[in-house]
Structures are given as structure tokens and as C-alpha cells.
Write a protein that binds this ligand. Sequence first.
Ligand code: BLA
Length: 238
Amino acid sequence: MYQAFREFLERELFERFDLRTRPIPPGLEFNASDRGKTSATIRSWSYECPQLRKIRYTYIDAGEMAQVFNSVIYPSHHYDLPLLGIDFLTFGKKKILVVMDFQPLFRDEAYQEKYIEPMKSLRDRYDDLAQNLEMKFYDANQYFSKYLLFAKTDAETVQSRLFPAYQEYIRLYLQILEQTEPLADPEAIQRVAKAQKDYDQYSADRDPASGLFSSYFGHEWAERFLYEFLFEDAVPLA
Ligand code: BLA
């Protein structure tokens, strides 16, 4: 259901950047579970280049039960850009939840103006995909912008509306990256490194998918996947 989304992201990145494969810890790149009628596969990809220190995306294919496409792009610590976050989920025939955002590392006015305001016209055109839904797992004021796409929708809208919105958000993000001067001040760079690490810790500790990973692939694998791949700069809770 989201394969064309994955292919689009891949093409955009490979056209613009000189990507190298970024290693995924052994055993985490792929897994398959077969519990009678609920068989599922999970596959991940990861790349890097000088401007983007970690590109990762994951596809879960559990047939009619679940289709998930999840991605985070982390710029090099020399860029204070937001992270590009994507989480598209389809469960069964009815439930589709889509989230996409430039996930801010800082919340001051100047930052908003520089990195979040450019999204406004896009968000306004895709108003139907920005539904102001309440968040249960995350705090909407942390690592989410006011222009995030966040919607409960249907398969038809995924094709007709989400796909073009997704393409525009990705192109805008990469365009902003290309127009941004890298940081030179070591303290500024350290501040970005710290903010990206805090994002990993925050996200790993709250990940709403951890139950889903556990149920398909077992608790041990789920913990490794979270703390060694998805959010590898986080340390597991004691
Ligand atoms: C919600 N994301 C969810 C849910 C799941 C996942 C299972 C709960 C859906 C429900 O309400 O039943 C799934 N999260 C995943 C998967 C991975 C993951 C499969 O990290 C990893 C492979 N989530 C992100 C990113 C964003 C994000 C990058 O991982 C940013 C765009 C957003 N996911 C996000 C939000 C919700 C969500 C905002 C709603 C959570 C809430 O209500 O607080």
C-alpha cells in the first residue's frame, strides 16, 4: 500500500545525494513471523551521506492485517534542520493513520520562522490531512510542528491526497536542506548533536509501536530494534 511512497523517497534521495549504505545491526534488517494466519515481515533500509547522517525507513507487511511505512531522516550535526518524520499506518480494512512532519529540534521563534513557516502554504493546501487529532503517546508540543500532517483517513485519500502531499513535503525538506549553510561553531554543532540524541531517547521511550513489534517478533527483538536501530542514540530504560 505504501510501496510507491518508499520508492519515491528512495529515488529523490539517490538522485540528489551520494548515498552509502549505513549498516544495520545483524538480525534487525529483516524479520518474519508466522503465527498461523497472521504472517508479517519487517524490512529496513539505512543510508548516509555528508549532509544526512542517518536515513532510515522501515516497511511492515502483514498483508490485510497491517501495512506500515515509517521513516526518519537525521541531518548531519552540522545542520540544525528539523528531522523529517514519516509514519503511515494501515490496520485492517478500516483504520488508517498518517503522520508526517518536519520535527523541530528547537522551539524558539527564529527557528520556527526559518524551518517551520516554509511548510505553511503546503499545510494550508492539504488542510484535510491536518486534523488536529489528540496525541495519546506523544506531547504535540515536543518534536512536532504546528504544520504537521496528522489524519485518520481512507485508502482512496492515501492515493489522491497523501501521495502528492508527501512528495511536496519531501521536496520542500530537501530544498531547505540544500539552501542551508552548515554550522561552523563547535558549540552550535554540539547543541544539535544533543538535541538529536534527546529526540531518540524521547521517541524510544514512548514508541507506540513497541507492542506491535513485540507481538509479531518477540520482546527481545523489539527492544533491540528500538534501541539499536530505530533510536540507536537512546539508552534502554532501567
Ligand atoms: C502513532 N505509530 C503510532 C502508532 C503506531 C505507530 C503503532 C499507534 C497507532 C494507534 O493509534 O493505534 C507505529 N512507530 C510506529 C512504527 C515505528 C514507529 C511502525 O516508530 C517504527 C518502525 N511516529 C514516528 C515518526 C513520527 C510519528 C517518525 O515514528 C513523526 C511523523 C508520529 N505516530 C506518530 C504520531 C502518532 C503515532 C503523532 C499518534 C500518537 C499519539 O496519539 O500520541
